[in-house]
Design a binder for this molecule. Structure first.
Ligand code: FES
Length: 363
């Protein structure tokens, strides 16, 4: 709930700071002071704590949290924070301006908050492969550095920002693989007509640019992750390139031999959008309890699989489930899909804690 309180009397606005307490999912408490008129993400960064965030403009939803106390929410997209979440204390920390003391609960553990600053690393583009008519698989080799050596460390579900040579712009992409000692990073990228990064990748695909060019990697960061909740089944729901972080989570489960029953509902518009991804077969082989469920929204006459959006298929499959078998649902994709899945999960009577979300915005 948003409430208001007057700033400290007798001091100029620039001197006024409000106490904000952040509590992480693993119970760690962090105290920061936010200047009057400042937002929580920026103030935390000033205190040497980089919170998971991306756009800084209230549009991506990656800084979502819940809050109690005196604060004002700045302009933001309802896709990033739907009104019904705002009504029960949902906030976007990049748009949260304290007006007094605020207690913030974040959904991720302390390890997702980076001390100091976001890492910066050089890399080279090693391969670009077309896997569907509008999607490519990108492989980047991180250059060894003094801090990380030859490997790449990140938590499955996280993302980095890629910066192309000679350009200040950055684009955020989730890793589709898992941390490794070889320094390899894999990404799934949708090609958009006229898109900035898309044009670059299209040139690489067509051989108009050489492979091996240097890029800069900023990160890792991001709060999307597997939750520890016993042996509850894990259902993964993906649309578009939201598949990438879910592949990372599934590959981690395969590496660790995790026994949870797992399903991946992957939605595409038409059959020809289904990606040719050998890694899906590898996951199927490595995880005995895994089932891949392609969902086609506009199927052709020969399609014999599931029809509808992944949210439609999820609703069908949740119907009739006993509560004791209720899965955790991990959803990553466009905001419309994420919102639809949240509604389906709620309508099925699953507690809010059963759904873990990540919104993918067009870049
Ligand atoms: S970083 Fe706050 S909504 Fe994107």
């Amino acid at each position: 709930m948003t409430t208001t309180a007057a700033p400290d009397a007798g001091r100029s606005a620039g001197d006024v700071h409000y106490p904000v307490t952040l509590t992480t999912a693993d119970g760690v408490r962090l105290d920061i002071a936010v200047p009057d008129g400042g937002d929580v993400v920026t103030a935390a960064r000033g205190a040497g704590l980089v919170l998971p965030s991306q756009c800084g403009q209230g549009t991506c939803g990656s800084c979502h949290a819940t809050a109690r106390g005196a604060y004002r929410l700045g302009p933001h997209s309802p896709a990033a924070l739907p009104p019904e979440q705002e009504a029960v204390g949902g906030v976007l920390l990049c748009r949260t301006y304290p007006l007094g003391g605020v207690q913030v609960q974040v959904s991720y553990p302390r390890s997702r908050i980076v001390d100091g600053g976001i890492g910066r690393r050089e890399g080279t583009i090693e391969a670009v492969t077309s896997i569907a008519h509008d999607t490519v698989w990108l492989r980047v080799q991180a250059a060894p550095d003094a801090a990380a050596g030859t490997g790449v460390e990140f938590d499955p579900g996280q993302f980095v920002e890629l910066q192309l040579p000679g350009d200040d712009r950055r684009r955020a992409y989730s890793m589709a693989n898992t941390p490794n000692w070889d320094g390899e990073l894999e990404f799934l990228i949708r090609l958009h007509e006229g898109g900035y990064f898309s044009g670059y990748l299209a040139d690489l695909l067509a051989g108009r640019r050489p492979l091996g060019e240097r890029i800069v990697l900023h990160g890792p960061t991001g709060a999307f992750a597997l939750r520890e909740s016993g042996l509850r089944p894990r259902w993964f729901v993906a649309g578009g390139t939201g598949l990438a972080p879910l592949l990372s989570l599934l590959r981690r489960m395969a590496e660790w031999g995790e026994p949870h029953p797992a399903r991946l509902l992957y939605g595409v518009t038409a059959e020809h959008d289904l990606p040719d991804l050998p890694v899906l077969a590898e996951i199927t082989d490595a995880l005995p309890g895994f089932e891949l469920v392609p969902c086609v929204w506009q199927p052709g006459p020969t399609w014999t699989g599931r029809c509808g959006t992944p949210a439609d298929v999820l609703a069908e499959d949740l119907a009739g489930l006993r509560v004791t078998a209720a899965p955790d649902v991990y959803v990553c994709g466009p905001p419309l899909l994420v919102d639809a899945v949240q509604q389906v999960v709620r309508a099925a009577g699953l507690p809010d804690g059963h759904v873990v979300t990540e919104r993918v915005l067009p870049t």
